[in-house]
Write a protein that binds this ligand. Structure first.
Ligand code: PMP
Length: 404
């Protein structure tokens, strides 16, 4: 048979499925079929979207102007709200032409890489990394380069480590604080050092600030834009309402950058998705500049669950769970459980161990393989305190019944 053209393009054929969404889908399907699954897989708050935001959306539905196309870059009022919010939360001054409203933070990341990368450009990504980054880099024709970290360094990179991976082809460094999957938060000093390093090496920075409000123990995640001597010239910030306002389903994010970069990204979006749904945009305006009270209430709940899940996991022999400082994930080292006998199955990888836990304990977790670092699990603690306790006690019981 002659070798025809592939049915799926090589570019799209090489994209890996989102492991976190796949595990979440499997857990949700099992749940729908009546299996009592506790899911630590999804990175999604369990709270409903705050009522005032939902009301703003309901009102917007009835207004005919929201039934039409609007500018690709976003409603002028939302772009203005992003300017206000960025000054308020990050002390970074921007203008509306430096903003682009996107279909979630993920879309902002896609747009940013597509706008900045040429084939062969290398992107430095601290590892463990959120699964979307390397795939979005590849889709844009770039080459993802993982920069390893250790549990001992709280999964953070320093300029000395980054430097080892810089080549003449390196274009961009990805900075995410707080981090998914580790919950690590860079201190202001660490942030400044990295910003200075990137400026010295003439590297662009993509800063993912989607978890900016989810920090604990009085720590603040500072915008790296505050520390780069180049200002916003070579930084693109991506952000969104999903995590802070329990709005994962509304699909509103944004990117911020230098005017020429944002203008180019708007062109791209004008030929692909056009404007984000106006109803969602109206809801996002209320989220960003309305009452911020619900944000601290949700943060307090996450903080309580963070301590709870860390202490419960730490009691399980074979699990080493550091206390994260941000986001809503723990990233314990579970390599101590490999090779044990779980009802006749001896998992030799954390991927297999996650399957065993799903099958035997009815608990969904994401194995470290999904984030480039086998040996770990990511557990989201954005679920109710009750489910959290039940889920971890099921894992603890399974482990206690396993044999060497
Ligand atoms: N960045 C990070 C680090 C994330 O964890 C997520 C969601 N999992 C996003 C961006 C994108 O969020 P969304 O597209 O839902 O706005």
């Amino acid at each position: 048979m002659s070798e025809g053209k592939p049915r799926v393009s090589r570019r799209i054929g090489s994209v890996a499925e989102s492991a976190t969404l796949a595990i979440d889908a499997k857990a949700k399907a099992l749940k729908a079929s009546g299996v009592d699954i506790i899911g630590f897989g999804a990175g999604e708050p369990d709270f409903p979207t705050p009522a005032s935001i939902v009301e703003a959306a309901a009102k917007a539905c009835a207004d005919v102007k929201n039934h039409r196309y609007t500018p690709t870059a976003g409603l002028p009022e939302l772009r203005a709200a992003i300017v206000t919010k960025t000054a308020r939360d990050s002390q970074v001054e921007i203008t509306t032409n430096q903003t682009l409203v996107t279909n979630g933070g993920k879309h902002a990341i896609y747009n940013a890489f597509a706008t900045l990368l040429d084939p062969g450009d290398e992107v430095l990504i601290p590892e463990p990394y959120w699964t979307t980054y390397p795939e979005a880099v590849k889709l844009a024709g770039g080459t993802p380069i993982a920069v390893p970290t250790t549990l001992e360094s709280e999964f953070k990179v320093s300029p000395a480590t980054i430097e080892k991976y810089v080549t003449p082809r390196t274009k961009l460094f990805l900075f995410v604080s707080p981090s998914n999957p580790t919950g690590s938060v860079y201190s202001p000093e660490e942030t400044k050092e990295i910003a200075q390093f990137c400026a010295d090496k003439d590297l662009w920075i993509l800063a993912d600030e989607i978890y900016e409000h989810l920090t604990y123990d009085g720590i603040k995640a500072e915008s790296i834009a505050n520390h780069d001597p180049r200002g916003l010239d070579k930084i693109v910030i991506v952000n969104g309402v999903a995590k802070t306002y329990a709005m994962t389903g509304w699909r509103v994010g944004w990117m911020i950058g230098a005017p020429d970069i944002v203008a180019a990204a708007i062109n791209l979006q004008s030929q692909s998705t056009s404007n984000v749904a106006n109803i969602s945009q109206r809801a996002a305006i209320e989220a960003l500049i309305g009452d911020q009270g619900p944000v601290s209430i949700m943060r307090e709940a996450f903080d309580r669950r963070r301590k709870l899940i860390t202490s419960l996991l730490s009691e399980v022999p074979g699990i080493n769970c550091p206390l994260p400082k941000g986001a809503f994930y723990v990233y314990p080292d579970v390599s101590g459980l490999l090779g044990r006998d779980f009802g006749g199955v001896r998992p030799s990888s954390t991927s297999e161990l996650a399957s065993v836990i799903l099958d035997q304990a009815k608990v969904a977790v994401v194995p470290g393989e999904a984030f480039g670092t086998p040996g770990y699990f990511r557990l989201s603690y954005a679920l109710s305190d009750n489910d959290l306790e039940i889920g971890i006690s099921r894992i603890a019981k399974l482990v206690s019944e396993s044999a060497q």
